[in-house]
Design a protein around this ligand. Structure first.
Ligand SMILES: [Zn+2]
Length: 668
């Protein structure tokens, strides 16, 4: 059967939140549904933490309350994203199977009483998770309320790996699949260094606590194994639901922000879901949180291959799990929601519908706060529901992007292992810095896997790709050869998939395309900067670059390599390859970006800083989203069109008041 990629029966944008009526007396459910209708809610997520209620004793089920709830929601035309509750098995399960609780790197077993305490290699957990999923699939697989299946919750958060003996045995099986023989494993892991040679598979263990730095390739393979083990757990439940509920798409909510989940290779995961969905929470620190949001939304859309995706959770105001939980300012929730929609989400959903009175997240904001309907949050929730209702035609349209940025979780895992040239060189920080530079030029970014087809992008940025396979190197070489422009940032192309340095001088995977070699890394002392001869500066890193075909664009004027090339350009085939050998600050990144795009077909928009403009293209026309994150009114140049939130006709210039959002439709 052909798989569906959008919640069944939902013909508008998705709007709603996690709904946990099990925390409330039944008479309140009627009020909830009445208020949902008032707010324009179209879908809610149900049952995420309900295993102990659905199966109160082993093999004894109580579906009465969920039957009643689904009927109530269906009667009120609210679609349901129905969860499998497998992120928190009941207390009785752990009483019977204490070994299903995960063990940390130090050998300490976690306890029941929170969430996500699971050894994904436990056969008892697997049996129990499949069993409760089968029960739900049989009972609700064809229920008219159910629009989407929501497997588990936020795999990878708060923990991923389990270092127990059962997981160790599974790790050995995974390694035997990858390397076939112990001899090959020894070669891949470089075990002749520090005398770590293995004679048999039985001697191989997870990277448990060691006196000093453990084998880096062992740690990298362990990270890969962990992502795969969790993915297999998802696949087991998904396959049950595909068989029992073929008309309903299956997803699991990602945590794709690099600030939130770092343990899953989402390029692999994205291939396994019918609809990519994501949860996003603003980091508490930083003064431009909307840039973090935009980057996460672009990354999520890229995981979806450019197809529409769905924001399954964000917050109406403060969260509860950061040291200082900063409340959103008036209008910020709407700007956040529209920014996700602008960048490809076909809806905006929240954790959660009604604020809890008890439990770990009772200070987390909700659509219906403790203050009730006489509140700013509720008024903004109702307005947002109304506004998203006006954007129903946007559904299914595709974001128009400008440049590609390469990102690879496996490279990130490898780069941040111990004993690198500098602890200050942070792949995530570089990705965020380059993304911000593109954002500030009003360029819309797609992320791409290093081995993906880079097609017609006029510009590709490589912010941090320490690990590059030969295939990735060849891919980039081909792209430039055929006329592309690439900008590569320092410490990229250094090692292969085994964390083994490419033969010859650095950067082995990129020497020819960049037209240079790096003789030595010369990282900077903490807090130091180096100046360049174009009046910009770098920090953290510098290196001894020798030109071998490339030309120097800018050089260092001070620091350990004063006088040597800092930024270079190499003509290669019909394209050009830029190299940046330090961690440039914002002005330097902007200078490189402007110089690199000047000869390309890209024409950055001339707009005020933090006025975010993104376009989606549909079958009928284009939708231009303009989000004003500033305190001043802004004008956005635009052709004739119809503004969808105010109903105004616009032509020539779109007026976007301070803090407001406008969406203009222009037919083809
Ligand atoms: Zn385990």
């Amino acid at each position: 059967m052909k798989r569906r990629h959008w919640p069944t029966g939902l013909d508008t944008l998705a709007y709603g939140g996690d709904y946990a009526p099990e925390q409330w007396p039944k008479p309140l459910w009627q009020e909830d549904v009445r208020l949902m209708r008032e707010a324009g809610v179209t879908m809610v997520s149900v049952g995420i933490f309900a295993w102990a209620l659905l199966e109160p004793e082993p093999g004894q089920y109580d579906f009465g309350w969920l039957d009643h709830l689904l009927d109530l929601l269906h009667h009120n035309e609210i679609r349901v994203d129905l969860a499998t509750p497998t992120v928190v098995p009941p207390a009785w399960f752990y009483e019977r199977h204490p070994e299903a609780l995960p063990v940390n790197r130090e050998g300490v077993r976690y306890a029941f009483g929170s969430r996500g305490a699971i050894c994904y290699s436990s056969p008892d957990y697997r049996r129990a998770a499949v069993s409760i999923t089968e029960q739900l699939g049989h009972r609700y697989g064809e229920h008219p309320a159910v629009a989407l299946w929501h497997v588990h919750n936020e795999y990878g958060a708060p923990i991923s790996a389990c270092y127990c003996d059962t997981s160790a045995a599974e790790f050995r099986t995974w390694l035997a699949d990858r390397y076939t023989t112990v001899k090959e494993l020894n070669e891949a892991w470089g075990t002749t260094f520090w005398g770590q040679t293995y004679n048999s598979w039985d001697q191989v263990r997870p990277p448990r606590l060691t006196p000093t730095v453990g084998n880096p390739t062992q740690q990298l393979d362990w990270a890969r194994f962990t992502s795969d083990a969790l993915l297999a757990s998802y696949q087991r439940e998904r396959d049950v639901l595909h068989a029992l509920s073929p008309g309903i798409p299956v997803t699991t909510n990602f945590h794709a922000a690099l600030t939130q989940c770092d343990s899953l290779d989402y390029w692999a995961w994205a291939k396994e879901v019918d609809l990519v969905t994501n949860d996003h929470y603003l980091p508490a620190d930083g003064d431009r949180k909307h840039v973090n949001l935009a980057m996460t939304a672009d990354l999520t859309r890229s995981l979806a291959g450019g197809r529409p995706w769905l924001l399954l959770e964000h917050s109406t105001s403060a969260v509860s799990w950061q040291p200082r939980n900063i409340a959103k300012r008036p209008g910020e929730m709407a700007r956040n929601s529209f920014a996700h929609v602008a960048r490809g989400s076909d809806g905006a959903m929240f954790f959660q519908w009604r604020a809890s009175r008890f439990g770990a997240e009772k200070f987390h904001s909700a659509m219906l706060p403790q203050a009730g309907t006489e509140s700013r949050i509720w008024r903004e929730v109702v307005r947002l529901g109304h506004d998203l209702g006006a954007l129903a035609p946007v559904r299914g349209s595709r974001v128009v992007s400008d440049v590609a940025m390469l990102w690879d979780w496996q490279s990130w895992w490898a780069q941040r292992l111990e004993w690198r040239p500098s602890v200050d060189l942070d792949a995530r920080e570089r990705a965020e810095a380059w993304y911000a530079a593109a954002y500030d030029r009003h360029l819309t970014v797609d992320f791409a896997h290093p081995e993906a087809d880079l097609g017609d992008y006029p510009l590709v940025v490589v912010p941090a790709l320490y690990l590059m396979t030969d295939a990735a190197g060849a891919n980039l070489r081909r792209y430039v050869q055929d006329g592309g422009t690439v900008v590569v940032s320092c410490f990229s192309g250094i090692v292969d998939e085994r964390d083994t340095i490419h033969p010859g001088p650095h950067p082995g995977a990129l020497r020819d395309v960049l037209g240079l070699t790096v003789e030595e890394f010369t990282p900077l002392p903490a807090g130091h900067q180096v100046r360049l001869d174009n009046d910009t500066a770098g920090n953290v890193w510098s290196e001894v670059v020798t030109l071998r075909g490339a030309e120097q664009v800018w050089s260092y004027v001070d620091g350990p390599v004063a006088g040597l090339p800092a930024v270079t350009r190499h003509t290669y085939g019909s394209g050009s390859a830029w190299y940046v050998s330090t961690c440039l600050t914002a002005a330097g990144l902007d200078a490189v970006l402007r110089a690199a795009i000047a000869p390309t077909t890209l024409t950055p928009r001339e707009l005020p800083r933090d006025v975010e403009v993104v376009e989606r293209a549909g079958t009928e026309g284009r939708y231009l989203f303009a989000i004003n994150h500033t305190g001043d009114d802004a004008e956005v140049p635009i052709g004739p069109g119809a503004e969808l939130l105010t109903g105004d006709d616009v032509s020539g210039s779109l007026h976007v008041p301070a803090g407001e959002v406008r969406v203009v439709f222009r037919p083809w």
